[in-house]
Design a protein around this ligand. Structure first.
Ligand code: NAD
Length: 286
């Protein structure tokens, strides 16, 4: 039966390291700062933002949340970002997605300074990641790679299959694994004969968003399975994309939901914010 990779434990440990780095920066006179803009009152978004605030507080990161009306114009939102770009006390800027229809997410993301884009969504950071240059890495993919490495799972030469090709999870996690010299295959909603492909995977990353999407017939024995999905089942409980009890018997490693990839995502946001503060201080001090 599979070893369960606890994102909760790894997140706690990583957050301690982030906190130490934040304390070192404080001793050099800089408190890392994260600014979050939350548009509207969507309950899921509000809850994510509260989680980020709490995590910042615990890690010694200054955070400020600007909660604005759903009726804010694109122009007004762009102005707020511009102000934060120039604010020396702010090292990370995050606009909680999704945004209302009348605001272009692309425009908003592209206005955030790449030097403060701690979500790693700016095309410049995506491009830098693609060509293997230093950049802010998108938090969920970054967290997944961190989890794999924490268990010394071999990436080089391994066949990693990703199900899902979104810009925030599927595509970038494949790119990061490619950067680690894995052989990467993407599957998605138009993929034919998917099981033939997924059964070849040494590492299988499932980021679809459908409860019980994946059972043990999709995997070969001893595969490593990372469940990124976050779904609510009919009882209102959080569940992943993977049939946990079934896959657990066949996989070598498996991540749970909740307590798997989720806690790592916020952790890497904290990491990116402290890293950004460090870079900004080094730029100043030469
Ligand atoms: P998305 O809806 O943007 O993408 C889903 C992907 O799944 C698409 O690329 C699509 O091609 C693929 N897909 C859909 N149906 C399929 C099918 N039948 N067969 C094969 N592929 C299919 O979602 P996303 O933003 O990438 O998120 C995916 C899941 O991960 C969601 O449940 C989301 O809530 C969760 N998520 C979790 C975290 C975290 O921190 N744990 C972060 C982001 C997203």
């Amino acid at each position: 039966s599979a070893e369960i990779i606890s994102g909760k434990e790894l997140a706690a440990q990583t957050r301690l390291e982030v906190k130490e780095a934040a304390e070192k920066l404080a001793a050099r006179g800089v408190i890392p700062g994260l600014a979050v803009i939350l548009v509207g009152e969507d309950p899921a978004s509000s809850s994510y933002v509260r989680g980020k605030e709490k995590a910042c507080r615990e890690a010694g990161i200054h955070s400020e949340v600007d909660r604005v009306s759903v009726q804010i114009t694109e122009q007004e939102l762009l102005k707020k970002i511009d102000k934060l770009n120039k604010n020396e006390n702010i090292h990370g800027i995050l606009v909680q997605l999704p945004l209302p229809e009348h605001i272009s997410e692309d425009k908003i993301i592209e206005t955030i300074s790449p030097d403060k884009d701690v979500d790693g969504f700016h095309p410049i950071n995506i491009g830098r990641m693609m060509i293997g240059k230093e950049s802010f890495l998108p938090c969920t993919p970054f967290g997944i790679v961190h989890m794999l490495k924490s268990k010394n799972i071999k990436l080089e030469g391994s066949h990693a299959v990703i199900i899902g090709r979104s810009n925030i999870v599927g595509k970038p996690v494949g790119q990061l694994l490619l950067n680690e010299n894995a052989t990467v295959t993407y599957c998605h909603s138009r993929t034919r004969n998917m099981k033939e492909i997924t059964r070849q995977a040494d590492i299988l990353i499932v980021a679809v968003g459908i409860e019980n999407f994946l059972d043990s017939t999709f995997i070969k024995k001893d595969a490593v399975v990372i469940d990124v999905g976050i779904n609510r089942n009919t009882e209102g409980k959080l569940v992943g994309d993977v049939n946990f009890t079934d896959v657990k018997e066949k996989a070598s490693f498996l991540t749970p939901v909740p307590g798997g990839v989720g806690p790592m995502t916020i952790t890497m946001l904290l990491y990116n914010t402290v890293n950004s503060a460090e870079k900004s201080l080094n730029r100043k001090q030469g």
